[in-house]
Design a protein around this ligand. Structure first.
Ligand code: DQA
Length: 151
């Protein structure tokens, strides 16, 4: 069975409360529940974790090697600061999709740079909670194609 790890970075535990004009009204628990259901309907297993600490995210990415088939991550503010997360994704070698609820390119200039983007297979942003759904779907399609290419 395909296993997807969904990682949420700092302050995403505050979804539904924080800056609703950017991030909407849905809580992280609601988003995770819908993602789990959607993955299940596709015959995949999904595990979601959130941390406000960079080191936790680095460790979880490293541990995903040999345990998960793909990672879908919203690194939140660490997108714009963390070389450690980028290096973790590169060293784990697990196909990774970067997602954002808002469109960082429509916001402050410092949000335009993503250290992770070059290590990810692709990026989805600007669709609110739908970005996560599209991210999981993109990961599943990517794995399907990669599997098809191997056979
Ligand atoms: C975010 C965008 C980031 O710039 C910001 O720091 C976040 C959330 C998003 O999902 O739109 O915390 O990753």
């Amino acid at each position: 069975m395909i296993k997807i790890l969904v990682l949420h970075g700092p302050n995403l535990n505050m979804l539904g409360v924080r800056e609703r004009e950017y991030y909407g009204t849905e809580s992280l628990q609601d988003i995770n529940a819908r993602l789990t259901e959607m993955a299940g309907a596709e015959g995949a297993a999904l595990e979601a974790r959130q941390s406000n600490n960079e080191g936790d995210l680095v460790s979880w990415i490293q541990e995903a090697r040999n345990r998960f088939d793909a990672i879908v991550i919203n690194p939140a503010a660490y997108t714009h600061t963390s070389i450690a997360l980028r290096d973790a994704v590169l060293s784990a070698g697990v196909p990774t999709v970067e997602v954002h609820l808002s469109n960082p390119h429509q916001r402050e200039g410092f949000r335009r740079r993503s250290y992770l983007a070059g290590a990810a297979i692709g990026q989805i942003s600007g669709f609110g909670a739908l970005s996560y759904h599209l991210g999981v779907r993109a990961a599943l399609e990517h794995l399907k194609q990669a599997g098809a290419a191997r056979t």
